[in-house]
Write a protein that binds this ligand. Structure first.
Ligand SMILES: NC(=O)c1ccc[n+]([C@@H]2O[C@H](COP(=O)([O-])OP(=O)(O)OC[C@H]3O[C@@H](n4cnc5c(N)ncnc54)[C@H](OP(=O)(O)O)[C@@H]3O)[C@@H](O)[C@H]2O)c1
Length: 358
């Protein structure tokens, strides 16, 4: 069946296997609004987490309104302004930001120092991080890797800062779960040569990929945890939210843990359900939220200084990524659905990243 010219991809919130493409009418813009045509976006487990936490206080479903019972899963990518009723945002400008799985998005734009923000009422409750569009240059080769890594590298960067603070206070190792995830790899990469040892835990099928990265000091599959020797004191950075795994880590390294940062939700949930936070003590885990950590760093360091340091690190990481991360391109709703369901079920190989166009 031919696709309509403008469409939204909708997923049933209680059953992601049910999805549909809905045609969208071309509504006129109000003063101050701009219409973005989505060019390409990446899909990683991070987007699955947005759906799982859609109804949490982080309100990810609120970003892009959908009919009752359905959600539009947020993604990150590049878009172009195809119509503008804002005097200082010209048609043809290109930007990077938070997008729906749709052909188009209309935003109530307000210029900022690095681009513009969406001030639409339904998005005002979200952290500004999820409302900001950064002006981008014309397409270039690194854009696919940028789309895959830019959404998560700020977390890698901030977690590395946390690990370095802990190292200064005496920690000797960081144990990192879901070590094959892009966010974890960014963290291990940033800590190379820093003096704190990184120990990557991963599933059996991803162990050789993680080892081959050469980013971790040691790598083990989850089942080998009991025989793992790690120098304490130890910081745990958890991307799984897998209570059984975390309990085993607490048992194995009892008395040696300094802190546990709960970062992601890659394992132990079905559909769009979010697993419960684990009940662990000594130390009680801390929830990590990259936008808040970055906000604190910007406040302490100043916007110009912080982003100069951050942008350099992101550029280096993106430039080197083609050595370990291949790109699978696709266009139209079917490849988007296929890639999303592969991520949801854990079938996705870590050495391949999806970059899709509507
Ligand atoms: N809190 C924050 O501010 C913040 C910021 C950035 C990212 N995150 C979170 O960090 C996590 C990683 O994101 P990413 O985009 O870097 O991930 P990614 O590159 O797509 O990697 C995902 C990895 O998670 C594991 N996994 C994924 N789905 C699974 C399933 N169904 N069953 C079992 N294992 C599965 C696999 O690793 P293993 O085999 O190695 O376990 C897989 O390689 C996400 O939950 C994301 O939301 C949080």
């Amino acid at each position: 069946m031919p696709q309509p010219e403008m469409w939204d991809l909708l997923f049933k919130r209680d059953d992601p296997a049910v999805h549909e493409v809905r045609a969208v009418a071309d509504a006129p813009l109000r003063a101050g609004e701009v219409r973005l045509a989505v060019e390409r976006f990446a899909l990683t487990s991070n987007n699955v987490t947005y759906a799982r936490l859609g109804d949490s206080p982080l309100r990810f479903w609120a970003a892009f309104p959908a009919p009752p019972g359905y959600g539009r899963v947020p993604v990150w990518g590049f878009a172009r302004v195809v119509r503008s009723r804002h005097p200082s945002i010209g048609e043809g400008s290109r930007c990077f930001g938070y997008l729906p799985m749709s052909t188009h998005l209309t935003v109530a734009a307000e210029p900022t120092t690095r681009g513009f923000a969406d001030t639409s009422a339904h998005r005002l409750g979200m952290h500004p991080w999820y409302r900001h569009y950064r002006i981008a240059g014309e397409p270039e080769e690194a854009d696919d890797h940028r789309a895959l890594l830019r959404p998560v590298y700020p977390a890698s960067f901030q977690l590395a800062e946390l690990a370095l603070r802990q190292a200064a206070a005496g920690a000797r190792s960081v144990v990192i779960t879901s070590a094959s995830s892009k966010t974890a790899i960014g963290l291990a990469d940033r800590l190379l040569g820093s003096g704190i040892a990184t120990i990557g835990l991963t599933s059996a099928r991803n162990e050789s990929f993680v080892r081959g990265l050469g980013r971790y000091h040691a790598v083990a599959e989850y089942r080998a945890l009991d025989s793992l020797i790690v120098a304490g004191p130890i910081l745990v950075v958890d991307f799984t939210r897998d209570t059984t795994l975390l309990s085993s880590i607490y048992r194995r390294f009892a008395g040696e843990l300094t802190d546990t940062a709960l970062v992601g939700l890659t394992r132990g949930a079905r559909g769009f359900e979010a697993p419960d936070p684990p009940e662990l003590h000594d130390p009680e885990p801390t929830r990590f939220f990259a936008p808040a950590a970055e906000e604190r760093a910007v406040a302490a360091e100043g916007e110009v200084g912080y982003y100069a340091r951050y942008d350099r690190a992101e550029d280096d990481f993106v430039t080197a990524a083609s050595a370990w991360l291949g790109v699978r391109r696709g266009s139209g709703p079917e490849p988007v659905v296929e890639a999303f369901l592969a991520l949801l079920s854990g079938r996705q190989r870590p050495e391949v990243g999806h970059v899709l166009s509507p």
